[in-house]
Design a protein around this ligand. Structure first.
Ligand code: SAM
Length: 218
């Protein structure tokens, strides 16, 4: 499946819609080769921004099991759900009940491959509905201890050889430090915990002071 499509002569990101006719955040629907796609907005989703800047996501594909930390209302979760398809699963963890309600109503109720978890990603042992190990941990919690949170979840749920996608919001970690230094420190932390770094991608111009680190859990 390609997530790069040509719409009105322009190369764009879009995912095949798992729920025909349904939109999640007002995104455009387009018909391509008899299949409906949802245009993926890089200004609304950091994963789309990272893809536009060269991120590889070949470990997220049809049938993949993903643990997603910081699901919010489900904007990015919904595109990941399209990509992993009916044979995949997205365990979507969110701690704020107001946005979790939207995640439940707008995304999880309509998409059978999204399992919402209203919970604190700092307490992964308390998740009530996750089973087995996952292929991918995706983390976007924008907290000062965001890297530790992701590592802790990987240690419990990520299978050996699995992938981590860690969104680093450098200002959440240190408001004054040079973002490049903050990112370098997060890479060091990951590598000290058994990950190898595969890609580091900045998210500008879509998001400032953000980067994504892709790694594998060896
Ligand atoms: N990933 C989302 C997207 O692309 O659509 C945006 C995520 S937003 C930057 C960060 C989210 O993480 C917020 O919804 C926040 O409530 C959630 N969050 C923060 N700390 C958390 C924690 N300890 N456990 C679970 N969710 C948390």
């Amino acid at each position: 499946m390609s997530i790069w499509v040509r719409i009105e002569g322009q190369k764009q990101l879009a995912t095949p819609n798992l729920v025909a006719g349904d939109t999640v955040y007002g995104e455009k629907l387009v018909k391509l080769n008899n299949e409906e796609y949802r245009v993926w907005d890089a200004f609304r989703s950091k994963l789309a921004a990272a893809l536009r800047n060269g991120l590889t996501i070949d470990t997220i594909r049809n049938g993949t099991k993903v643990l997603y930390l910081g699901a919010s209302t489900g904007t990015t979760v919904s595109h990941v759900s399209d990509i992993v398809g009916p044979g995949g699963l997205v365990f979507a963890v969110e701690s704020a009940s107001r946005v979790a309600r939207e995640l439940l109503e707008n995304v999880a109720k309509k998409r059978k491959n999204v399992v919402p978890i209203l919970g604190d990603a700092r307490k992964p042992e308390m998740y009530f509905s996750i089973f087995g190990k996952v292929d991918v941990v995706y983390s976007d919690v924008a907290q000062q201890d965001q890297t530790d949170i992701a590592i802790q979840n990987c240690q419990i749920y990520l299978k050996t050889g699995g992938s981590i996608f860690l969104i680093v919001k450098s200002r959440s970690i240190d408001v004054v430090a040079d973002p490049k230094l903050v990112i370098r420190n997060q890479i060091r932390k990951l590598e000290a915990s058994g990950f190898s770094t595969k890609q580091v991608i900045g998210l500008e111009p879509y998001d400032i002071d953000h980067a994504i680190i892709r790694g594998t859990y060896d």
